[in-house]
Write a protein that binds this ligand. Sequence first.
Ligand SMILES: Nc1nc2c(ncn2[C@@H]2O[C@H](COP(=O)(O)OP(=O)(O)OP(=O)(O)O)[C@@H](O)[C@H]2O)c(=O)[nH]1
Ligand SMILES: [Mg+2]
Length: 269
Amino acid sequence: MRLLRPSEILRIVAMSNIVIEIVEARAPLELKSRVIESIANKFNRYYLLVLSKCDLVPPKICRDWVEYFALSHNVDAVCVSTLKGIGIKRLKHLFMDKLKEKGSLNIALFGLPKVGKSSLINALKGKDVASTSPYPGSWGYTKGITIYKIRPSIYVIDTPGYMPSDVRGLEVLIRSKPIELIDNPITIAREILKSVLNFDAKLIENIYGVHSLDPLEILLHIAVKRGWLYKNNKEPNIEEAARTVIRDYLDGKIMFYLLPPTRKPFKPK
Ligand SMILES: Nc1nc2c(ncn2[C@@H]2O[C@H](COP(=O)(O)OP(=O)(O)OP(=O)(O)O)[C@@H](O)[C@H]2O)c(=O)[nH]1
Ligand SMILES: [Mg+2]
């Protein structure tokens, strides 16, 4: 298990001419750090935001996010799904344009654990060269910094996930450790369920077959239905149910996504 160190970010940005930060399209602001963007700006590197796993949100919502980042952050963003092959051609065109400008490209990829960095390299390369998590919940899959040649004069640098100090909230908590080692799964799963129930109560009913607006009751139902009981007292093992909810959220089985905030026009400093 290995996370990217802040000093490594500086070193990688210094040797790159394009910096890509990957955030999942279902919760971009919960996953975006200001650190990467500001380091890219400091080194005067082109910064691009990839909104990954866009197959998990309606296309219109992802387009709204692209517009939001353009208007509110003055940042270019692209919707990508390596699963469905969306946005890959667009990225390749963009790289070819930049290649004409710069002669050769070193593209650095950054993002929290499990956002899809290695999968993007494989999609750009057209074959599986970078090892990816066998399932979205398996943690910290990429353990080293590796450079892949995706075309003549175009190199992409894969990095382990990083945990930025300026990003807080559920997304960070569920990615900071392997799911089996998360300390307070019940609290986190209740938060996830609360957000999802506010978003669309039917989602939970369709996945877990329980009609309830009470997160604890839902966890109890999942544990009982799956026969998960604590060995000592035979009570429903809601901790196991909670880890299942976290896993289902991470792997997109629970189709939950956030909407862009109301836009504020970007004002140059
Ligand atoms: N739905 C969906 N899942 C995806 C997509 N791209 C990647 N995934 C899944 O997300 C999980 C994480 O993908 P990786 O490419 O290993 O992510 P990573 O950012 O390299 O992860 P670490 O190396 O652990 O930091 C894998 O199980 C992928 O199958 C996508 O476009 N859509
Ligand atoms: Mg990886």
